[in-house]
Design a protein around this ligand. Structure first.
Ligand SMILES: [Mg+2]
Ligand SMILES: [Zn+2]
Length: 226
């Protein structure tokens, strides 16, 4: 029988293995083996720039540009303490625009994973879209490709996940993948607020968003399966 999976190239960066499809446009992906076997039911699906780390207008291109937002680590710890997985889905158009190589983007993100790990946060899966808008790839948000691949890799249901982003395109991607989503006012959040419809909750930061998501999941457990 034919293998329908596209062939993938693997890149080892430190202790992290990255995969990239070679015969079609797709995201760079790093998925924790332990997380995919954990049987966890919930996930906090986070945009990266402007949500976990400070947004940077000229793109995040160097390690020194990776600055954790206040409260971000606490937020991710809260979700992990509940048993939810952390998933990061990030457009990295700097690659598509030639400002950063694919390997450079993987290295930078791996560095962030190390920063989080040293603070007690293990990330279950990271997906980076290395394309520019003109590439018309299925992964660049507002498309839902990265979210769908992440959920499938971790055997998660959209209804059990909550997406947090600082841009309308994040929320659109979440909606396209049937996830509940909320906007944070960090990063580009303030300037995006006017374009976000009222049915999305708005949070000061990732910490408030994580508290909301955990509250939602806890109340569902009390109410029984929904
Ligand atoms: Mg962002
Ligand atoms: Zn893409």
């Amino acid at each position: 029988m034919r293998d329908h999976r596209a062939s993938q190239a693997s890149h080892r960066v430190g202790r992290t293995t990255w995969h990239a499809p070679v015969d079609r446009p797709g995201p760079l992906a790093s998925i924790s083996e332990t997380a995919s076997r954990s049987g966890a039911k919930h996930a906090l699906v986070c945009d990266r720039d402007g949500v976990i780390v400070e947004n940077r207008r000229g793109y995040i291109l160097r390690p020194r540009h990776l600055r954790l937002l206040p409260g971000a680590v606490g937020a991710l710890r809260l979700a992990r303490a509940f048993g939810a997985l952390i998933v990061i889905v990030s457009n990295q158009a700097a690659v598509g625009h030639g400002l950063l190589s694919e390997v450079g983007a993987m290295r930078l993100h791996t560095r962030l994973l190390g920063m989080l790990m040293r603070r007690g946060v293990d990330v279950a899966a990271s997906f980076l879209c290395p394309h520019a808008p003109r590439d018309r790839c299925p992964c660049r948000k507002p498309a839902s490709g990265m979210i769908e691949e992440a959920l499938s890799a971790l055997a998660l249901k959209p209804a059990d996940c909550f997406l947090v982003g600082d841009a309308l395109t994040d929320l659109m991607a979440g909606r396209a993948a049937d996830l509940r989503s909320g906007l944070v006012l960090t990063g580009r959040g303030h300037e995006q607020l006017a374009s976000v419809s009222e049915d999305h909750p708005v949070f000061a930061d990732l910490e408030a968003a994580a508290r909301f998501a955990v509250g939602l999941w806890t109340s569902r457990q009390v109410d029984g399966p929904v």
